[in-house]
Design a protein around this ligand. Structure first.
Ligand code: SAH
Length: 213
């Protein structure tokens, strides 16, 4: 996602530590304390400007949502959405998702969302793809047994790679769609990238991968 550098973003994120969690490692195993309630925990990786996570939070007020986004100039827009819409069941982490198993305890997460992550098309960059086996190991660790990883992309090559990667790793696949917007799917919350790509007529691929351990 190409975004103008916002030098003021860091200060704004720091000022809203009630939403942007400053020490996510301290919440490990205790996210319900951060939300002041016990509720299913749903986590989005690479949440961008937050359209999806805020949409999900409004649609499912009984769940707790955490969005992880690397870039402060991007996540600050997600913060604005939470503030403008007075959303109380979202927390944001401005860090690299590689820290996932430091932020969340084993079996702490009920569902994970991975939307339109970078395809890293070159073979030599395979390890950077967020569906590479080292990431899947982290997803499996934090997800409860039977927990679902929800994956969407516009990139056919990444989708095919990811299906193979999930299944090699031992995830069970379900609800595979090769053209999400032309399938009769209810309850799809659209992301920023999804809107952009589907407006251009590109297909959206979707699948769910279930953790067995
Ligand atoms: N999910 C959003 C944005 C997709 S672009 C949407 O569908 O519209 C991918 C996003 O993931 C970018 O905002 C990028 O900064 C973020 N990202 C990429 N690698 C990441 C990582 N390792 N940890 C956290 N965020 C990451």
């Amino acid at each position: 996602m190409r975004v103008r550098h916002k030098p003021w973003a860091k200060g704004k994120l720091d000022r809203h530590s009630d939403i942007v969690v400053q020490s996510p490692r301290d919440c490990n195993g205790e996210w319900h304390d951060e939300f002041h309630r016990e509720a299913p925990l749903h986590v989005e990786i690479g949440s961008g400007k937050g359209r999806f996570i805020t949409g999900m939070a409004k649609k499912y007020p009984n769940n707790n949502f955490v969005g992880i986004e690397l870039h402060e100039s991007i996540i600050v827009t997600a913060l604005d959405r939470c503030l403008d819409e007075e959303i109380e069941n979202v927390r944001l982490i401005n860090e690299d998702a590689r820290g996932l198993t430091e932020f969340f305890a084993e079996d702490e997460v009920d569902a994970l969302y991975l939307n339109f992550c970078d395809p890293w098309p070159k073979n030599r960059h395979e390890k950077r793809r967020l569906t590479y086996s080292t990431f899947l190991a982290q997803y499996e660790y934090v997800l409860k047994k039977g927990g679902i990883l929800h994956f969407k992309t516009d990139n056919q090559a990444l989708f095919e790679y990811s299906l193979e990667s999930f299944s090699k790793y031992g995830f069970t696949l379900q609800n595979i769609s090769l053209d999400l917007h032309h399938a009769r799917v209810k309850d799809n919350v659209v992301t920023e990238y999804e809107e952009k790509f589907s407006e251009k007529g590109q297909r959206i691929y979707r699948c769910e991968a279930i953790s067995s351990e």
